[in-house]
Design a protein around this ligand. Structure first.
Ligand SMILES: Cc1cc2nc3c(=O)[nH]c(=O)nc-3n(C[C@H](O)[C@H](O)[C@H](O)COP(=O)(O)OP(=O)(O)OC[C@H]3O[C@@H](n4cnc5c(N)ncnc54)[C@H](O)[C@@H]3O)c2cc1C
Length: 372
């Protein structure tokens, strides 16, 4: 098989991979962005909710925006809460394709429809086995929660029953709907540890359910159908509408212990960079993709691919706001998971405390007291 050469191979053209590839290509290095689907985002079941700030930073045109979302509606067993948001909704097949195009505009080579089957490090080179064989100086794993990085090298996100959400989502046709808020439904009938959501787009709504795998007591598809057809607060809006597609996916709920290895970095869902309370990860994937890109550029410019040069990535990531947020919510989740032995509403109470800013205010107080 003829071998291709690149400075960096990025596996996965999701938000993390396309962002990393874009940063590296912009500095003139040869990047191959390898994606198993024929189009980036084609198989994503994601609800597509993104903070406006993150969207602006991508530089994508506003045509990609489905809806502006100024509000979140949170439904708890004891009542509802409406909070201000500054978010947008997108369709991931378009959003991911546009992000990948930004990378190719900078010179990255997108290889779609190409599944990476194996990665080896041999004679100071990385060897990527797919339809073609590619050799590179570095590899960035941006291949989602079921990452090859963990399966082959034991780094990145380690899926376990109490650190992984199972989710199922569907897109329901609702032409020119006037919905403009993200709905979050917290109820035991929907999820024992997680929630059901309705995220509006222009002519559809994304409806889904997520539940921590270790707390799943029913088939998750039944839970989605319950939300669509029986649970009064959602069924009265959704029942009888046409379902366009449905799909399921895993969501990481714990940060990875290690996100670098010999000639490799791990980024986005593949590194567990997801908020363990909300399950949101696009913002963190993009921010970490930028950082991973910078660290690759630095290693290539210095010609230093040593472990200590790549360890900088993990050190820098652990100083970011993204990491602080994920880490805090992971500690909270672990604590409330323990409390759930005594209180069946532990998750819902934790989500309420996070959503309404109680935890953020508490942390601000702690920092204030720690100031000299
Ligand atoms: C149902 C659901 C709803 C969600 N809703 C939201 C939301 O509203 N807001 C939010 O912020 N987050 C949401 N998330 C989380 C969000 O989707 C992820 O955090 C985000 O997509 C992570 O980006 P990524 O680039 O790390 O990984 P991904 O988006 O998963 O991209 C990985 C890419 O790698 C490709 N790939 C995988 N293996 C290989 C291989 N071997 N070879 C080649 N290519 C490969 C995949 O096809 C994919 O394109 C949701 C997740 C789910 C499952």
């Amino acid at each position: 098989m003829p071998e291709k050469r690149a400075d960096v191979v990025v596996i996965g053209a999701g938000p993390a991979g396309s962002t990393a590839a874009r940063v590296i290509a912009k500095r003139g290095f040869i990047v191959m962005l390898v994606e198993k689907e024929n189009n980036p985002g084609a198989a994503s079941v994601c609800a597509g909710g993104i903070p406006m700030k993150t969207f602006r930073e991508t530089g994508l045109s506003t045509d990609v925006i489905e809806k502006f979302i100024p509000e979140g509606a949170y439904y708890y067993p004891w009542g509802e809460q409406h909070l201000k948001l500054n978010h947008i909704s997108v369709c991931r097949n378009l959003f991911d394709r546009k992000l990948a195009e930004k990378a190719t505009e900078e010179g990255a080579e997108l290889r779609s429809g190409m599944l990476v089957e194996d990665v080896r490090v041999k004679n100071d080179r990385v060897v990527i086995s797919a339809r073609e064989k590619i050799e590179s100086e570095l590899v960035v794993f941006a291949d989602g929660p079921n990452t090859l990085a963990y399966r082959k090298f034991g780094i990145g996100f380690k899926p376990r029953a109490d650190t992984t959400y199972v989710s199922v989502a569907c897109e329901i046709e609702w032409r020119e709907n006037s919905l403009n808020c993200f709905e979050f439904h917290y109820n035991h009938a929907i999820s024992q540890w997680g929630y059901g959501w309705i995220f509006p787009k222009r002519n559809t709504v994304n409806v889904g359910v997520g539940c921590l795998y270790s707390k799943l007591s029913k088939n998750i598809i039944e839970l989605l159908h319950y939300m669509l057809n029986k649970y009064p607060p959602t069924a009265r809006k959704l029942s009888g509408r046409r379902m366009l597609w449905t799909g399921s996916a895993l969501i990481p709920a714990a940060p990875a212990e290690r996100i670098f290895g010999e000639r490799m970095l791990v980024v986005g869902d593949a590194a567990g960079m997801v908020d363990p309370v909300s399950g949101g990860g696009i913002e963190h994937a993009i921010n970490a993709g930028r950082l991973a890109g910078d660290v690759c550029v630095n290693a290539l410019e210095e010609g230093d691919f040593s472990l200590s040069s790549l360890a900088v990535y993990q050190n820098l990531w652990r100083k970011t706001e993204d990491h602080a947020h994920i880490d805090l919510n992971h500690s909270l989740s672990s604590m409330f998971l323990y409390l759930s032995k005594f209180d069946r509403n532990a998750y819902i109470k934790m989500a309420f405390a996070v959503n309404s800013g109680i935890i953020r205010n508490l942390m601000t107080m702690v920092r204030l007291f720690m100031m000299k």
